[in-house]
Design a protein around this ligand. Structure first.
Ligand code: 8YV
Length: 317
């Protein structure tokens, strides 16, 4: 008999879905009309959960899955999973470590260039026929150069390091903050976020959000200043979104490139209306290449756990 898998988020790669369906009985939780009734009837038969980094899984749901052998996170962020609880239960929680690093770093640089060069406003200007109506060169504002910008990276993990490699190739002096300096990194370490913000032109958030809620607040944005840009490819809740919105509207920072938000998919209207902001729908890892690699890691983690082995990518066992 095939093992039962509870899937909390869709997987977008057909080949991965085919493999899952061939090996397991997959229940798509997000499609169930009555999730509560389904859990009462079938919760005890679920052997594995697949979830997204942003979605995670609540402790209440975990408690309704007594036969669970693995939580496979199709992502790297595990801030929405209670790892201590899973550790206590001896439950492996796997993540797709390393699979999405390059894509997320690519998007961080893309968002930064888009924000400081006004790419989206420029695109709209041409697309809406405004160029023909306003052919004078002064009709679009001059932008800000990216090459050589002082880039401050918040969180020097895999993604932060990959952003540093890319920014360095653009001649950007790099500094960073993290819980502690990294011995293998030559870039300047700045212990306090507010000092990093003051010393850089662009702050790029690459940190885990586990205990860093709202670290980018009004004071940090004030320190970043009216010529400063903020990029977030990590988690929305690293930023106090009300403070960010107020700072953008008042011109206290120059612009932002955001892939993640506090209450996805809801994005504050003021952000959506601002030409100083480039927005993405939490899709930094959403390429065929990365999502395929992530799906394969999810499959591998589940296969290992159900075979009674410790999954290679387990963070809790
Ligand atoms: C994933 C994410 O793409 O890795 C993470 O933590 O938030 C995203 O980049 C998402 O989990 C896909 O399900």
């Amino acid at each position: 008999m095939k093992a039962h898998i509870l899937q909390l988020n869709p997987i977008l790669i057909p080949a991965i879905n085919e493999q899952l369906a061939a090996l397991y009985t997959v229940h798509k939780f997000y499609e169930l009309a009555d999730q509560k009734a389904w859990l009462t009837e079938h919760g005890a038969s679920v052997a594995a959960v697949i979830t997204g980094g942003h979605t995670g899984i609540s402790q209440a749901l975990l408690e309704q899955l007594p036969a669970l052998k693995v939580v496979a996170v199709n992502g790297v962020g595990t801030d929405a999973v209670d790892l201590a609880y899973c550790r206590g239960r001896g439950l492996p929680v796997t993540a797709t470590l390393g699979a999405l690093t390059e894509d997320v770093a690519d998007l961080a640089i893309g968002l930064l260039i888009a924000a400081c060069r006004n790419l989206c406003a420029g695109d709209r200007f041409v697309r809406d026929g405004q160029w023909e109506l306003n052919p004078q060169p002064s009709a679009t504002a001059l932008a800000r150069r990216f090459s050589g910008m002082r880039v401050g990276i918040v969180g020097m993990g895999r993604v932060g390091r990959a952003v540093a490699v890319r920014a360095a190739a653009f001649g950007c002096p790099i500094s960073y903050t993290d819980l502690r300096p990294m011995e293998d990194i030559a870039h300047r370490f700045v212990p306090h976020l507010i000092d990093l913000a003051r010393d850089c032109d662009a702050l790029v958030l690459c940190a885990a959000a586990d205990s860093a809620e709202g670290i980018v607040n009004a004071a940090v944005l004030e320190a970043l200043g009216p010529r400063g840009f903020l990029v977030n490819v990590a988690r929305g809740r690293l930023v106090n979104e009300a403070d960010l919105t107020a700072a953008l509207v008042a011109g206290r920072i120059a612009g932002a490139g955001l892939d993640v938000f506090v209450d996805e998919p809801r994005v504050p209207l003021a952000l959506r209306e601002s030409d100083a902001v480039t927005l993405q729908a939490h899709r930094a890892s959403a390429t065929w290449e990365t999502r395929t690699a992530m799906g394969e890691m999810v499959l591998a983690g589940i296969a290992q756990a159900l075979a009674g082995q410790r999954p290679t990518m387990s963070l809790t066992t």
